[in-house]
Write a protein that binds this ligand. Structure first.
Ligand code: ZN
Length: 189
């Protein structure tokens, strides 16, 4: 795919702070600092485009997981991940990160679509009341043993922030925290 910057879009000035290849997740992990003196934080998709151009990578393989601007510093730190192909990226990255990496106009459209699905997607007889939803969620998260009177959390809690972690099977078995992206790989013995 040919990447071209739009009119008025400048190639960004950036510095690679660290680079690491993660063989388990088949991706390169980079910490990149973007320098933007006297300008506001650049838009995520234009950062993505600029980085793909300069690093000579397909844009579909490059994703920005996190962007953090230091106040008064005129620079932004970005956690960048470059995957071997788009398929692996889509299998590993959480949906909200994939959504954030879309061009702004597509991002709006997708968000509207999923909102519409949420509200109107279910047919009348499968729509649940609020209390039914709470019950279903509790059963989803906890294992209940009525004989022994034990309620056990099915999922693990994040050791870093305390949120409930999700288990992923593919491509490597791992527990991930959706809130702080702490990851724990399942060791096979
Ligand atoms: Zn966490």
């Amino acid at each position: 795919m040919q990447l071209l910057l739009n009119k008025g879009e400048k190639a960004l000035d950036f510095k690679i702070i660290s680079e690491f290849y993660n063989p388990l997740l088949q991706r390169k992990e980079l910490l990149v600092e973007i320098i933007h003196p006297n300008e506001s934080t650049p838009e995520r998709y234009s950062v993505r485009k600029s980085l793909a151009l300069k690093l000579n990578t397909e844009i579909n393989n490059l994703y920005i997981r996190k962007m953090e601007s230091k106040t008064g510093m005129n620079s932004t730190l970005c956690e960048v991940e470059i995957y071997e192909n788009e398929k692996i990226a889509k299998a590993i990255l959480p949906k909200h990160i994939l959504l954030r990496n879309l061009p702004p106009e597509q991002r709006v459209k997708k968000t509207e679509e999923s909102k519409a699905k949420k509200w109107f997607g279910m047919s009348k007889n499968t729509q649940r009341t609020k209390s039914e939803k709470v019950k279903a969620r509790a059963r989803f998260l906890y294992e209940v043993d009525f004989e022994k009177n034990i309620i056990k959390l099915k999922n693990k809690k994040c050791p870093r922030c305390g949120n409930i972690m999700a288990f992923h099977k593919s491509p490597v078995e791992r527990w991930t925290c959706g809130a702080c992206s702490y990851t724990d790989f399942v060791k096979k013995s």
